[in-house]
Design a protein. Structure first.
Ligand SMILES: [Fe+2]
Length: 175
């Protein structure tokens, strides 16, 4: 009898599914406003525990929280050494969008909120906008196109006709 059998474990991985993530924050009020007003999350609870101020947010009635904001983030965390758009520890937190019209709606909200930079990238298997939250965590909002294209692939796209025009995307010139 193997050791794993004695311990009651099998060879298969345990059943789990992703639930939520927690962000350490400096300005919990600004972060709550962004995730509520721009990203559309609902504050489901708030309080103190273990020395933290905590805010719980969700966009799914079946999940008490999908995001936890917790105080205690140290100042002056250095940037990512390869590309400063991507975070030093969290490379990206990504959200499915329910079609291009929803992605455009979010884009308008990001512009209204003064979020910069907003970086559109065509991954082939995802049409994405990357943008920072108020504390520089890199977020991605993306649409699944109806086909598969092997990853990784990243083609920068730029918007033609000005920031408020009807979005028409064309391939960006080489940097
Ligand atoms: Fe992504």
């Amino acid at each position: 009898m193997s050791t794993s059998t004695v311990r009651g474990a099998s060879q298969r991985p345990p059943r789990l599914r992703f639930s939520h993530f927690g962000l350490s924050v400096q300005d919990i009020d600004a972060m709550e406003r962004f995730y509520s007003d721009v990203m559309g999350f609902t504050v489901t609870d708030r309080g103190q525990a273990l020395g933290f101020d905590l805010v719980f947010l969700s966009r799914n009635p079946d999940d008490h929280h999908q995001i936890v904001l917790a105080t205690g983030k140290p100042a002056n965390i250095p940037p990512n050494t390869v590309n400063p758009i991507f975070g030093p520890a969290i490379n990206q937190i990504s959200f499915w969008m329910d079609g291009l019209s929803e992605l455009r709606l979010l884009h308008g909200k990001l512009l209204d909120a003064g979020v910069k930079p907003i970086t559109p990238i065509d991954h082939g298997l995802a049409w994405s906008l990357y943008f920072p939250d108020p504390e520089g965590n890199n977020l991605e909002a993306f649409v699944d196109p109806p086909w598969y294209i092997a990853a990784p692939r990243a083609t920068a796209r730029i918007r033609t006709g000005g920031p408020r025009s009807r979005p028409r995307w064309r391939r960006a010139p080489p940097a």
